[in-house]
Design a protein around this ligand. Sequence first.
Ligand code: ATP
Ligand code: MG
Length: 435
Amino acid sequence: MTLVAGLVMTLLCLAVVATALIGLRGLASQYNVDRIVRVTLKTIHMLKNEQIPPVLPTQGIAGLQVVRPDGSVKSSSVLLRGKPRMAVFQPPDTTVRQDMVYCDSALWPDQCMVIVAIRVYSPEGDYLIYAADPVVPWYVDPRVDLLLLLGAGLIITVTTFGTYWLVGKALRPVDAISEELATITGSELDHRVPVPKNHDEIRRLAETANATLDRLEEAVEQQRRFASDASHDLRSPLTAMRAEVESALLDVETTDWAETGEAILASIDRLQALVDDLLQIARLDSGAPGRMDPVDLGQLAATELDRRRHRVRIIRDLQPGVIIMGDRLRLARVLTNLLDNAERHANSLVIVKVYEEDLCGVLEVVDDGAGIPPDKWEHVFQRFTRLDAARSRDVGGTGLGLAIARQICESHGGTLGIEDSVKGARFVLRIPVSR
Ligand SMILES: Nc1ncnc2c1ncn2[C@@H]1O[C@H](COP(=O)(O)OP(=O)(O)OP(=O)(O)O)[C@@H](O)[C@H]1O
Ligand SMILES: [Mg+2]
């Protein structure tokens, strides 16, 4: 950055110096010619008054000559005494003055001269006055060049150091952020990057990085909790099976092996249910899309209700023709879990409703049980959550059912939540209808 700023400034200064030199040279050349012309005007005055001295005063220019009408030199400046005329050109008849640049003159072999020729009328013929001075060089004057270069050098130095200082100051917070980010590992996600005081892009970067770290920490924590809950829940049926087998082996003769087998089978069922749920969650977490077929929500609920043996009375209120796009198997799984829960917690009645509202297919499962306190409404959708009241009732539950159900609804672009009800719990599923 600093290097680029220095380079750009150097190029810019070079361009400015070059432009300034071109402009100055133009001005200096014009001034030079004016000066030469002023000297010739004085000489004309002397010629008219017939006061031409044999040695002409040059007044600071390199050479001056007065040439007679016959071409011979009448008078010269001191350095040109006895030399031939400095130029042979003369102004055209229509003008009195002509300027020329001579680089190959015999009098000044090593330099280019600007020569001004003036025609002076007189009765015996036209006199010519030649005045010469060196052409202004491209660099104009070494003192001017020195000044320009000093100025440019100063500007380049100030810009380069200024940029270095400013960039360093501006990027110091970024360095601090990178250093902090570099120390963060999978096991140390509690670090946060320093947020600078200024309200600028770097502050926004730091805030975004911190927000991302918050989410990462939360996700990692969730995974950790999930893994530990899963292992814990997998261990319980294994422990139960081991205890069953160990106690049976203690007295092989009197053991009721059929009873032992049944107890072990119950544990295997639980293990199987748990592993199925974990697999389902892994599939949903990976974002693997399910099938997308038109599904009639009312029909799906009717089929599911017909299939089941009910412990309590069921009231159906199923509007036909509520069609959503979705995976029939996964949606059936949501319904099974909602109905399992409702029947498990209902006193005597479960109501299942399907209808359309605000372009969404809605499915409600309401029971007349003890319900769920509002502060637990979100909690029950977290993995492995089983409320204390439920633990006594639902022996086999894994606490994964509602978490899976919500994930399935969300993968269909819908929602699953608990809403107010007069009695018991009211689970409401909403998925956009297909048109
Ligand atoms: N209709 C309901 N009435 C009261 N509490 C409920 C109801 N439905 C769910 N719950 C509570 O929410 C908890 C979580 O439900 P979820 O369906 O996720 O798990 P589960 O039914 O215990 O186990 P799983 O469904 O995995 O077999 C339940 O354990 C229960 O405490
Ligand atoms: Mg359940």
